[in-house]
Design a protein around this ligand. Sequence first.
Ligand SMILES: [Zn+2]
Length: 425
Amino acid sequence: MKRFASILLFSTCIPLLCFSQYASFFSEGSLRFDLLLSGNATETRAAVFELKKESYYGGTVHKTIDPFNYGEFKVTVTDPVSNKRIYTRGFCTLFEEWQTTDEAYEMERGFFQTLTIPFPKNEVRVLFERRNKGGEFYTLVEMDVNPMEYGIVQSSIKNTKTHKIIDNGTKDECVDIVIIGDGYTQEEMVKFHEDVRRMSDYMFSQEPFATYKRKFNIWAVDAISEESGVSDPRKGIWKHTALKSSFNTLNSDRYLTSTHNFLIRDYAALVPYDQIYVIANTDKYGGGGIYNHFSLTSIDNPRSLPVFIHEFGHAFAGLGDEYYTSDVSYSDFFNLAIEPWQPNLTTLKDFDSKWKDMLAKSIPVPTPAQEKYFKEVGVFEGGGYVSKGIYRPWYDCRMKSNEATAFCPVCQRAIKNMILFLTDN
Ligand SMILES: [Zn+2]
């Protein structure tokens, strides 16, 4: 209920006031932070590699403060004159996933990380934070940014075609998803556009996207790869592609993603976007989605359609995995002593902040895995990669399996809340 109340608070914000806050502090475009995250299982360090100016800011100009409190990391922008918070967003990283692997207990590694904020008009203070094991944020980097600095890179990728595949309005009225292909050669651009259509058509046939399909724009960016397909290290296959996607991320065969997100952002920046989706031209099963980072999935596997929206559930609405039996690289991903921030998982430490309001009085907590409860919102034990101590809201949801028929009501509500946050004014 706490979370629901805060969403209401922001969605009833007087539009003129909210937009004037945006207009008084920000101008057209985005300021992108290219960061280097490094460390090991227990330590996180962050350093700024470069700042970039991008032509568009695709996010909402009506609400600058993030009401959700999702994500392992957070950026806060403050006006140093008034000391007022003028922008906040939560996000996640591949680095934090790597921190839960065995390798992170044996060595240090570094990862590229990017984040964009609306381009500031005047000097701003920017704070990057991450959560500790207890879920509290601590400071990683704090810096003053002068938008007039010559060091802010303004170059962009040239000679790349972009297409607005689905057009339902302006970037401020709609959720803009930019889809970039990887492993598509020049000759395969027609296939890329067909694949974008196929994925979009499927997504907008599924709830809650079907109900809100008029609130989405879909963009396609023609990133041209020298070779068709993507790298598959366990088979000794290495491809030279535009976005350097690869299977075997974090040493998990089916984990298909790209660690080169400076490159991905360079292509995405050619259009306004709220979310980035990379589709990889391969029929091998795989993908990944990270909250406010990007999603990536293979496109020609028989299970690509459900995987496409499952990964988007992570990246767009901060949904957690409701499965717990599959082979993943992570260990101790969640601290069972605290409530996770993911809206569709609970440790019952603070269930009031989750879907308790959607639970019928007759449903026992925890809910037994019996057929009579399979179509009820409940509290089923098992989720977030563990069979004990984490509970999920539905017996079999899109965030649990590819065989599920839909997102469960709790996941649908979380997606709906994010759509409304990004589009209502
Ligand atoms: Zn669900």
